[in-house]
Design a protein around this ligand. Structure first.
Ligand code: C5P
Length: 239
C-alpha cells in the first residue's frame, strides 16, 4: 500500500477557509483528512462536501458516545455524508456499537451507499495508565482495557479501533489482521512533548501494526508543513 493511503492529516483548525487553504496547499500529497470536533462544529457538513469535491477521503472524528438510538441516528447521518470512516467510543458499550453498525449497514444496503468504516475509540492516546486508574477508576492495566474494548468492538461488528501504537500489535494478535487500527499520538523526532502521552514515531507505529496513522500538530505547526509531510513519508517508506 502506498504511504499516502496510510497517512491521515488532522485538520485541527478553527474554520473552513484555513482548512481548505491547507488542503489546496498539500494538493496530491494527502488523500485522507480527519475532520474533528473543532472544525466540524465551526464549519458543519459543508466542509465534508468541499473535501469530497477535491477528491479527498474523510475520517469524521466526532467520537459519538450516547445512548444507542442517538448514536445510530448520528451514524446514519455520517454515512449519508459519504465519509470514508467515522468513530464512536467503544466505552459506550456493546448495544450502542451494534445498533450503530446495524443501522449503517441497513441504510447503505437500502440506498446503495458505500459503507463507511466504523471504528471504536478505545482509550484516548492522551490518557496514561495512572489517570485511567485514578480518574476513571479502571483497575486493570491500560493494555488489558484497550484489548477488552477492542474485542467488544469486534464482537459488535465494527471494522476496527482507534488506539495508540503501544497497543497495536496486541490488538492485531487478539482481533485478527483484518481488524483496522488507526493510530493518533504520532510524534516525529522534532515534536516537543505535549498533552499526548502514549506516543510513537510514524515508523514505530506502522511496524507495530497500525493501518493508518493520524498526524496533526507535528505537521501543521512545523515551519514548512509540506517539508514535514515529505520527512514523514520518507520515514514511512522505511517502516
Ligand atoms: O495534533 P495531534 O497529532 O496530537 O492530533 C491527533 C488527532 O487525533 C487529534 O485530532 C485528536 O483529536 C485525535 N485523536 C487522538 N486520540 C484518539 C482519537 C483521536 O489524539 N484516541
Amino acid at each position: 500500500m502506498h504511504w499516502r493511503e496510510k497517512l491521515i492529516i488532522a485538520l485541527d483548525v478553527p474554520d473552513s477557509e484555513y482548512a481548505l487553504e491547507l488542503v489546496d496547499k498539500f494538493g496530491e500529497q494527502i488523500e485522507i483528512y480527519k475532520v474533528g470536533l473543532e472544525l466540524f462544529t465551526s464549519a458543519g457538513p459543508r466542509i465534508i462536501k468541499e473535501l469530497h469535491k477535491r477528491n479527498k477521503r474523510v475520517f469524521l472524528d466526532l467520537k459519538f458516545h450516547d445512548i444507542p438510538n442517538t448514536v445510530s441516528k448520528a451514524a446514519v447521518a455520517a454515512a449519508r455524508l459519504g465519509v470514508y470512516m467515522f468513530n464512536v467510543h467503544a466505552s459506550g458499550g456493546f448495544d450502542m456499537m451494534k445498533m450503530c453498525r446495524d443501522s449503517v449497514v441497513e441504510l447503505c444496503l437500502k440506498e446503495n451507499l458505500q459503507k463507511p468504516k466504523i471504528l471504536g475509540v478505545t482509550v484516548l492516546t492522551s490518557m496514561a495508565q495512572q489517570a485511567l486508574k485514578d480518574e476513571l477508576g479502571i483497575q486493570h492495566s491500560l493494555n488489558t482495557h484497550v484489548r477488552h474494548l477492542s474485542a467488544l468492538a469486534l464482537k459488535a461488528g465494527l471494522d476496527g479501533v482507534v488506539a495508540s501504537g503501544h497497543e497495536a500489535s496486541k490488538i492485531k494478535n487478539h482481533c485478527g489482521k483484518g481488524f483496522i487500527i488507526v493510530t493518533p499520538g504520532i510524534r516525529p523526532s522534532w515534536h516537543p512533548p505535549d498533552d499526548q502521552h502514549r506516543t510513537m514515531t510514524p515508523k514505530q507505529a506502522l511496524r507495530e501494526g497500525a493501518d493508518y496513522i493520524v498526524m496533526g500538530r507535528s505537521i501543521l505547526n512545523y515551519s514548512d508543513p509540506l517539508r514535514a509531510i515529505e520527512l514523514v513519508s520518507l520515514e514511512m517508506l522505511t517502516a
